[in-house]
Design a protein around this ligand. Structure first.
Ligand SMILES: [Fe+2]
Length: 284
């Protein structure tokens, strides 16, 4: 599917806070029906796409789970089979929604060959990766550096959900130095994974360690990983510029295989860190 710039303004009835919401691109979803633990059927996938569309998302990457140790396993055949059906149904329902493909690749082996473009986001240099069992393995920075040396850019998905960090989260700095990007889950910022994850998500954001925010939507209506809610949340705190980079500009640049822009540290001079800290303590 095409990869031109997204310029149309979304129209929807959601409450608007701050400026107009950007045209967002969601690069991490599990919406190819019946392939992994994501959308169980086509109807669930379309419902999830409708929710994203209502948020103002106009580009969605479907990224089923895949293990680095089994890159050519049955799951890829399942995804290939179900994909045309999803595209056809989505095209009928959403004339301005673009769908792309990729995978969320679990690095269950230190050696990974990403030379097959289908493994990467929309065939770009970028690939979604995660470590095994939400833990930070030894030599994680080396594994990421090796991927970068091969000419690709690993995007570590939901780093805020990992266990076993060093006290200062220094390893995340090492991942970034190695050339990896970080993707925060929208639900993490909003507390869907609990207070600890929310705290870490805010910390990474405040420290400028996040490059994109995505939904990790699994097509399950009981969870609502809304990107629109994150836009509202950040816009209400004067963070439109960062939200635009995280939800729209950088994801779109990735789809076009362009370098991402630095989001930078959140302006602590305005007391945002302190405000976030107070809010977290109050649990609001
Ligand atoms: Fe995921």
């Amino acid at each position: 599917m095409g990869g031109e710039e997204l310029t149309d303004t979304p129209r929807f009835g959601r409450r608007k806070v701050g400026g107009a919401p950007p045209v967002m691109a969601d690069l991490h979803t599990h919406l190819i029906p019946g392939v992994d633990d994501g959308a169980p059927d086509l109807e669930s996938a379309l419902e999830a796409l409708q929710a994203l569309f209502n948020d103002g998302v106009r580009a969605v990457a479907a990224t089923p789970h895949l293990n680095a140790s089994n890159l050519n396993g049955n799951r890829r055949a399942l995804a290939d089979e179900a994909w045309p059906q999803l595209v056809a149904a989505a095209r009928e329902r959403f004339t301005t929604l673009k769908l792309y493909r990729g995978y969320e690749i679990q690095l269950d082996t230190p050696e990974i060959d990403l030379s097959d473009a289908d493994l990467r986001l929309a065939g770009s240099r970028y690939a979604l990766v995660e470590f095994y069992a939400f833990t930070v393995p030894e030599r994680s920075a080396e594994v990421l550096a090796r991927i970068v040396a091969d000419g690709y850019v690993p995007i570590v998905v939901h780093p805020e959900r990992y266990w076993g960090y060093d006290r200062g989260y220094r390893i995340v700095g090492e991942w970034r130095t190695a050339g990896a990007l970080m993707q925060l889950n929208s639900g993490s910022l909003l507390g869907e994974y609990g207070e600890n994850v929310r705290l870490v998500a805010h910390r990474f954001l405040a420290e400028g360690r996040v490059d994109i925010i995505a939904s990790d939507n699994h097509g399950r209506p009981q969870r609502n990983p809304s990107l629109g809610a994150v836009w509202d949340y950040m816009a209400a705190r004067g963070l439109e510029e960062q939200a635009r980079l995280l939800l729209a500009v950088n994801p779109q640049r990735i789809l076009r295989d362009e370098p991402t822009l630095s989001v930078g540290r959140v302006d602590s001079a305005r007391g945002l860190l302190a405000r976030l800290g107070r809010r977290l303590k109050r649990g609001t």
